[in-house]
Design a protein. Sequence first.
Lengths: 88, 265
Amino acid sequence: MPNKTDILDLYFMDARYKLIDIAAFLDRLDRHEGKSDFRHAGFLKAMEAMLNPGDQPRARAVLESLSDHSTEPVDAAEIQFAYGAPQE
Amino acid sequence: MRYIEPHAHMVSRTTDDYQAIAQAGCQALCEPAFWAGFDRGSVEGFRDYFRQLTQYEPARAAKFGIPHYTWLCINPKEADDVVFGREVLSVIPEFLDQPTVLGIGEIGLNKNTRNEHTILEEHIALAQERDLPILVHTPHLEDKLKGTRLIVDAMKNAGVNPDRVIIDHVEEHTAAIALDAGFWAGMTLYPESKCTPARAIDILETFGTERIWMNSACDWGISDPLAVVKCALEMKKRQHSGDLIEKVIYENPRTFLSQSPNFKI
């Protein structure tokens, strides 16, 4: 199995550019006019979950943060697609 | 490298893709019925689609030496109209005796509605009545966690044998829901959603390599028909053995799919 250095060699540059892309995305949202929506808030909440995942792995914490946690089927759906963050 | 592509929507792909898949070592390809990017306007539209899946695509794949198999259903995205869903369900038995049909799929939920759930239960009943395996689609993005739980509950309530069910499109937060309940799990390798190769390998390293496969689910959207092969190469970079890679991309899908007597490889 690879060690930590191997994993850094394989994925650090990829993760680095994705991290900068996220920072630039948040700057872009800040810079532009208009009102943000639940996706922005959901994204920030997911970032918090990534930094403080508790006792679960970070990827799972992020995915759960971006999930609908209700338990019963809904009566009807207004859309066929998914937004990527729950509307709370 | 030999591999099985257990989930690809070739009706949406070019013939060049068949050529590339064949050159990459694909030994068999399975195509579940799905949403083709638009809602079909009639039951006859589905009858034509099932003909395409059971007659035309096997012939197109055969030109490249690839055995083509299929799963039939009305997908959950078009199943929110119960009356229409039942009309399409009534057509499916016409095709179940075709020699390349493996089972019922990809059934499941899309927006987790009561109507989708009703049609899911009726698909499960059809699979049980005909003793067919099931391939499950789990919802997208924010709907996946809830939908996966609802689907597993529906399967348990119906008394389905989990050995005969693969729950597809699992990610880090849903893999355990499927595997811990005894089901098989599928990981879909998409460039923009679901799993990247690196994350799919993380899931293998976390949850093990039993009862799990990976697929490209290539369709009309942004997707890669060679995603399974590319993930296998990524597994090599992560120092996984050739035997383990072959288990995940060839032996595991062969084991699950061989539960259908029509699957021969």
